[in-house]
Write a protein that binds this ligand. Structure first.
Ligand code: MSP
Length: 659
């Protein structure tokens, strides 16, 4: 009889549909993917879920502004998100959309069940609502009258609504967290939940809205749509077929082994979600892991602040495996981490090009030079061999232990320790010296075999983090046998068969030459922009020069300016004019061409997709022979050393008048 394989169910949060998911969003998904791949490698039957959280007032508003149906709008965005995951080699087993019929029906049943058993009741809600965050706040929670999460304006809303009795489950929830120390990770987040939310007491949660329509209707009271968290959190079980005819996946994979979430949504996942499950009589997930944020100078990366890094640009520039490696290696999972170009380039040059790349290159070159390209058979064990072999077979166990604690960065450090050890083995054994002695052919063969076998083990260990690199290493080492890529094969030394033919190829990770062809212009610009914005915040006072008789303009003077929101459709350099960029703009459906002297501060990619402010009634002129139909606004200092283009930080339609 076949024994039942152990299962592993891992989820990311479901993402709000946004045109551009940034590298911060990619961080959660890349981490979940590495974990899913690691568990598959170590023999688990894995289910890895991600998806999109598509309902809510904000989406409804944006779609209306664009003159689209919400579904039409989200369909387009979701296609982009799926594409991004494929670019990042994400191996999810399912992609749940909260607009899927399977999800909507199950959520309606969940809501009805909670209502029928008295855990949801009807009342009246009055509270402060932050539309961008889709969160209600009490007066007490507001920060200077603004949303405590994003600092934006909130509106006072009063309406009939359904409520979920969180308060009834408060004590059980507290007990559960105390009795299950593994449930909330890292442990610091556990204290935060107990002290900041559970101890002060839970208020019942508003779970329906009547002020907008874009949501799942309450089946027995269709004027209400189900408020976002009940809808969103249920995805983790609706994707498994909970409350459908086929709930075999639910039976197989639930409870989830780990929900990976960013720290700002730990609260929803460790209080509301488990209470929902308790009320439904469903087992709780084994763990919720709240990771930190990827930040740039100026704070958490976010589209509205304009300080985002686009993962697609990074992947195009450096390759997907280098980006994945950087994200998982640089920042200990759980803590916040600063994203910087310097750190990324250093990781690529030192860890990938130098440590790993050179190891492979040196080994393959020596096998070609001394053994005609055939991996030699090892003979008697000699000096230094045991140390390398011991470390190579112990590393997988250490990596497994760390991965089980989601310590991606430490797991990679262990692998790099082995890479470092293998490089040191070359220096210790000095194959080029052995090669000079005709009688030491056996010893030379043993050394080179050991190097090739260590590299094979390394290639398997890195595969969850860098899914494309092992194939490239294998092609250089000449390995074709899939059995050499299994977890079992790395727990024992010596599985590599001598006699296979190596073939040296291009360096797997070319060094990034910062002043050469490989210039990191896009990133440098992104950095410079961020520096500029943080300098701009340093509270400089602006002196207004006037002679006491203020040189004001009247509102009528100002009204002469026709300022408009414009979308940058395309940007390109102008040959022979190193300061100028030619921009193609959309201004409420009308196309405009503008030439702007910003090429030393922005590359075309920086601007495409941005919303800028156009002086639309400026007399057209020709600059370097190219017609410019208006001017975009930018701020700069006198010496033109620093410059920033004015952009619109909300998704307003182009053509709107700026007043
Ligand atoms: N839709 C909700 C989640 C519902 S789950 C039932 C949501 N979506 S989100 O798109 O705003 O964020 C998705 C994930 O991306 C969150 O875990 C969030 O923490 C993560 N990140 C967004 N920006 C981030 C960084 N700058 N750094 C790291 N992670 C970040 O929240």
């Amino acid at each position: 009889m076949l024994s039942k394989r152990k299962t592993f169910y891992i989820t990311t949060p479901i993402y709000y549909p946004s045109d551009k998911l940034h590298i911060g969003h990619s961080y959660t998904t890349v981490a979940a993917d590495a974990m899913a791949r690691f568990k598959r490698l170590t023999g688990y039957d894995v289910f890895f879920l991600t998806g999109t959280d598509e309902h809510g007032q904000k989406i409804e508003r944006i779609a209306t502004e664009k003159g689209m149906e919400p579904k039409e709008y989200v369909d387009r965005i979701v296609a982009g998100i799926k594409k991004l995951w494929s670019i990042l080699d994400i191996s999810n087993d399912d992609f749940i959309r909260t607009t899927d019929e399977r999800h909507k029906k199950a959520v309606q049943k969940i809501f009805k069940k909670l209502y029928d058993q008295g855990d949801i009741y009807k009342g009246e809600y009055e509270g402060w609502y932050c539309t961008p965050c889709e969160a209600f706040w009490t007066e007490r929670q507001l920060n200077d009258g603004k949303c405590p999460d994003c600092g934006r304006d909130v509106e006072l809303i009063k309406e009939e609504a359904y409520f979920f009795r969180l308060s009834k489950y408060q004590d059980r929830m507290m007990e559960y967290i105390k009795n299950n120390p593994e449930f909330i990770q890292p442990p610091s987040r556990q204290n935060e939940m107990i002290n900041n939310f559970l101890k002060p007491g839970l208020e019942d949660l508003c779970v329906s809205r009547t002020s907008f329509k874009w949501g799942i209707p309450v089946s027995f009271d269709p004027d209400h749509v189900i408020y976002v968290w009940i809808d969103a959190l249920s995805n983790y079980i609706t994707a498994l077929g909970y409350e459908t005819e086929d709930d075999s996946k639910f039976k197989r994979y639930w409870p989830a082994d780990v929900h990976l979430v960013g720290k700002e949504i730990v609260r929803f996942h460790t209080i509301i979600w488990p209470i929902m499950l308790m009320a439904l009589g469903i087992e709780l997930p084994k763990q919720v892991f709240g990771h930190g944020w990827l930040i740039l100078e100026g704070g958490k990366m976010s589209k509205s602040k304009g300080n985002v890094i686009d993962p697609v640009i990074l992947v195009e520039k450096y390759g997907v495996d280098a980006v994945r490696y950087f994200l998982l290696r640089e920042i200990p999972f759980g803590a916040d981490g600063v994203f910087s170009n310097r750190a990324l380039i250093d990781r690529i040059n030192y860890d990938l090009a130098n440590d790993l790349g050179n190891l492979i290159n040196r080994t393959v070159t020596m096998i070609e030079k001394y053994f005609g390209g055939c991996i030699p058979a090892p003979q008697e064990e000699g000096d230094y061999d045991r140390d390398l072999i011991n470390m190579a077979v112990e590393t997988p166990l250490r990596v497994e232990e760390l991965m089980n604690k989601l310590q991606f960065s430490n797991a990679l450090s262990e692998i790099w320790r082995l890479i470092g050890r293998t490089n040191k083995y070359i220096d210790e054994t000095m194959p080029w010296v052995i090669a000079k002695d005709e009688n030491s052919k056996d010893r030379l063969g043993t050394v080179l075999y050991n190097l090739a076998e260590a590299i094979r083990i390394i290639s398997v260990l890195i595969s969850p983090f860098m899914p494309n690199t092992p194939r490239k290493i294998w092609s250089q080492l000449g390995i074709k046998d899939e059995n050499l890529g299994t977890w079992e094969s790395v727990l024992k030394w010596g599985n590599l068969q001598p006699g296979i033919k190596v073939s040296r190829g291009q360096p797997i990770f070319p060094r990034i030459e910062e002043n050469g062809d490989n210039k990191t212009d896009v990133l440098q610009k992104q950095d410079r922009n961020n520096e500029k914005s943080s300098e701009g915040n340093k509270g400089k006072t602006v002196k207004r020069e006037n002679n006491g008789n203020a040189d004001y303009i009247t509102i009528d003077d100002f009204a002469k300016l026709d300022l408009r929101v414009a979308d940058v459709l395309k940007a390109e350099r102008i040959e022979g004019a190193d300061k100028l960029l030619k921009l193609e703009l959309d201004v409420g459906g009308e196309k405009r061409q503008v030439v702007s002297g910003i090429a030393q501060f922005y590359s075309p990619e920086d601007l495409e997709g941005k919303k800028v402010v156009l002086v639309a009634n400026l007399k057209p002129v020709k600059l370097r022979g190219v017609e410019s139909q208006g001017m975009i606004l930018a701020a700069s200092d006198k010496g033109d050393k620093r410059l920033a283009v004015l952009t619109i930080d909300r998704d307003l339609p182009s053509g709107l008048k700026v007043t």
